[in-house]
Design a protein around this ligand. Structure first.
Ligand code: NAD
Length: 485
């Protein structure tokens, strides 16, 4: 199939590609070049209304479509994503600024994997039964909810968009989905792929626009019965305040400020290589990146020296080049925010070990939004730099003397998404895993993902879990049926 990208993107509603009813558009900027590359529909509640009507019309048939047929369509979507990896990856990189090799290897690969995983998952999804000895038997029906809303962020655009849409569709729901207005192109192309794969009209509706105008219209619509949201804690709070009084089902995957805990006995080389990745991959714009690095005092100076040296060796540049380890920051707004956070770190007394400034690569990217990977030391757990999410290529170093102190520093935060622990001592590793206040713990690895596992955070990092059966349970309503013998 030919995946052409028009200058003016369109919404995908009821199986048709149509412009926003208001006729209004937002500019789409390539962050690596700072140039305007297209127009995005600035949709509002009127477009959402049409999409909800289409989804409601499609629901009776889709919710009763056989599991095998749903599997075949979703699996076909996965195949088409794989077949179009190159073009989707280029679109993702142009929108987001991430290196093209990363888009191909991670983002687009994983988008296909999400569809493949839930296509097969729904074929194996079973429900419970509870036997009351010789009195009765209960069984649980898990039925699709109806029309559901999926709202996703810009950092892993197609990867996170499909992570929500695939289980929602597999479970038999019809979906109103909104990608980030900062990175809309691969979501637009997904509409083309779904049409080609034979997904019936109205089952998936993709609407583009801003959070306050389009996103909130989805959340507020009384016929959208559940909201699956990934994004900032601030937007999550706003969404919860609208959806909770309407008694909607809510899944909120929010911000993070993840600790990386390094003990002196770790496998040093593996730790060092992985910590460079967990700190700066995707320009530090992964919710799972470790932004607070805690190091056992006895190896603090050794770590600082080597880590700073290896960070300085990272190549930041044109995302289209294979040689670029890091690309551009996603937008001017976010670029300014990160530079302001670095300014605050300096005001708080932080010592910048490397980076701390913007960069201007030569050639076509000279006006783009690039920031040098930055390491800061000398700040305690209570300062803004160590408490607030920066979501960029910026990490801090803090020493600790023992396990208790490491846990104290790690948990001294409003967020609770993920933690990485480096040690050869299984007892230490298990103690951290049991006492750490995060939803995900990686021991001697980072970002190793099995799609069957529960995914999500504690505290201000969110409510609910995605992944595996958790996602299929979220996108279904449980109904207990009791039969007396
Ligand atoms: P954001 O909250 O600004 O936007 C996310 C999405 O929500 C976008 O589509 C946006 O248009 C929409 N939105 C914004 N306000 C809304 C509102 N009031 N109502 C409805 N929709 C609204 O987040 P972002 O800047 O795009 O993404 C970065 C954030 O996402 C970071 O905080 C990061 O930690 C978080 N994140 C979390 C996870 C996770 O799994 N926990 C994964 C990726 C990113």
């Amino acid at each position: 199939m030919q995946l052409d990208i028009p200058y003016e993107l369109e919404n995908f509603i009821g199986g048709h590609f149509i412009g926003p009813l208001s006729g209004k558009f937002i500019s789409n900027i390539n962050p690596a070049t700072a140039s305007n590359v297209g127009q995005i529909p600035d949709s509002d509640e009127k477009d959402v209304e049409v999409a909800v009507k289409s989804a409601q019309k499609a629901f009776p048939e889709w919710s009763t479509t056989s599991l095998e047929k749903r599997f075949l369509i979703l699996n076909r979507i996965a195949e088409l994503i794989d077949e179009n990896n190159e073009q989707l990856a280029l679109a993702e990189t142009n929108d987001n600024g991430k290196p093209l090799w990363l888009s191909k290897k991670t983002d687009i690969y994983r988008a296909a994997a999400n569809f493949r995983f839930f296509a097969t998952g729904i074929m194996h999804f079973a429900t419970e039964s509870h036997n009351m000895e010789d009195q009765a038997v209960n069984y649980t029906l898990r039925q699709p909810i109806g029309v559901v809303g999926c709202i996703s962020p810009w950092n892993l655009p197609l990867y996170l968009f499909t992570w929500k849409i695939a289980p929602a569709l597999a479970a038999g729901n019809c979906v109103i989905a909104k990608p980030s207005e900062v990175t809309p192109v691969t979501a637009f192309l997904l509409g083309k792929i779904c049409k080609e794969a034979g997904l019936p009209d109205g089952v998936l509706n993709i609407i583009h626009g801003t959070g306050p105008s389009c996103g909130e219209a989805i959340v507020k619509h009384p016929e959208v019965k559940a909201i699956s949201f990934t994004g900032s804690t601030k937007a999550g709070e706003r969404i919860a305040s609208i959806a909770a009084p309407m008694f909607k089902k809510l899944s909120l995957e929010l911000g993070g400020k993840n600790p990386t805990i390094i003990f002196a006995d770790c496998d040093w080389e593996k730790m060092m290589t992985t910590t460079i990745q967990s700190s700066f991959s995707n320009q530090g714009q992964i919710c799972l990146c470790g932004s607070r690095i805690l190091i056992e005092s006895s190896v603090y100076e050794k770590f600082k020296k080597e880590f700073t040296q290896r960070t300085k060796e990272l190549t930041v540049g044109d995302p289209l080049l294979e040689t670029s380890n890091q690309g551009a920051i996603v937008s001017k707004v976010h670029f300014d925010k990160i530079l302001n956070c670095i300014k605050i770190a300096k005001e708080e007394g932080g010592n910048i070990l490397c980076g701390g400034h913007s960069l201007s690569p030569e050639g076509r990217c000279s006006n783009g939004y690039f920031i040098a990977p930055t390491i800061i030391e000398g700040l305690g757990p209570d300062c803004k730099t160590n408490t607030e999410e920066i979501f960029g290529p910026v990490v801090t170093l803090q020493p600790f003397n023992n396990l208790k102190e490491a846990l104290h520093l790690a948990n001294a935060n409003q967020y609770g998404l993920a933690c990485t622990v480096w040690t050869q001592d299984i007892t230490t590793a298990n103690k951290v895993a049991s006492k750490i206040e995060t939803g995900i713990v990686w021991i001697n690895c980072w970002l190793l993902r099995d799609l069957r596992t529960p995914f999500g955070g504690l505290k201000n990092s969110g409510v609910g879990r995605e992944g595996g059966w958790e996602a299929l349970r979220f996108f279904t309503e449980a109904k207990n049926v009791c039969i007396q013998f």
